[in-house]
Ligand binder design. Sequence first.
Ligand SMILES: C[S@@+](CC[C@H](N)C(=O)[O-])C[C@H]1O[C@@H](n2cnc3c(N)ncnc32)[C@H](O)[C@@H]1O
Length: 297
Amino acid sequence: MRHAGPTARKSPQTSTREPVIQEHVASEAEADGPADPEATRRAAGVTESSRANRGWWDRNADEYQIEHGTFLGDDRFVWCPEGLDEVEAELLGPPEDLKGKDVLEIGAGAAQCSRWLTAQGARPVALDLSHRQLQHALRIGSSFPLVCADAAVLPFADGSFDLACSAYGALPFVADPRLVLREVRRVLRPGGRFVFSVTHPLRWAFPDEPGPEGLSVSGSYFDRTPYVEQDDEGRAVYVEHHRTLGDRVRDVVTSGFRLVDLVEPEWPDWNTSEWGGWSPLRGRLIPGTAIFVCERD
Ligand SMILES: C[S@@+](CC[C@H](N)C(=O)[O-])C[C@H]1O[C@@H](n2cnc3c(N)ncnc32)[C@H](O)[C@@H]1O
């Protein structure tokens, strides 16, 4: 299924600018990675999901950045595989208003969005669970802090930021998104805004295929059982969690935010490639991404 993983973020363009990646010493989590994990649907709690995804992103960060680096751009702010760019979307507000703002980027990967925010005069902090993803942020270059931490336990004082953002970071992977939302609310100043993108909940009911086979419902939209890849001993090595649209709205509201917009980016004409479960065929018929624009009082 892997909606938000590399298959979901494949570049629609041919890569002409692949990053040079230094060899690195495998961490314990990386060394644990099974060659051929089994894909299943089963329960996975907060700790198991976090541990599995940290290892998975450490092992797969290099491949992710090679595959998607060109599409993402080193210093662009791309919200989703449809290619919606913050320059046109202005979901964080007009770019001229970003100057001097403290912004937390959650699940930043190589921190492409934070680089764009810096260019607007903002003061971003890029946070990610994966150490290897943040090494890519260093490789590309960062003049802002990089923080390796779980989004459910943010290592910041209350009211540290004016804005927070997340492009497919953390929320699709955590067992309890309310832990993240409450933490984000805590570190935002009054009036602060949090914008995050996730796989559109509708996609959960369809096979993750780009062709016609990806247009027939194959499972229940209402089945919240997580998608889990596990090793021979049943240990999760990758986890994705599903929330219905109603669940997501409820999570936002019960965590103390107002939902001020829900954006469903349409598939643009320029995007003609098929990759992973994303394609013009599916993109023109069913939404692929949901972007939640939330504010705290
Ligand atoms: C699909 S990638 C998106 C990265 C980046 N935002 C982009 O658009 O390329 C998801 C990112 O979320 C991070 N992540 C997953 N679970 C997380 C968590 N609980 N806390 C913080 N980051 C997390 C992963 O390490 C990964 O870098």
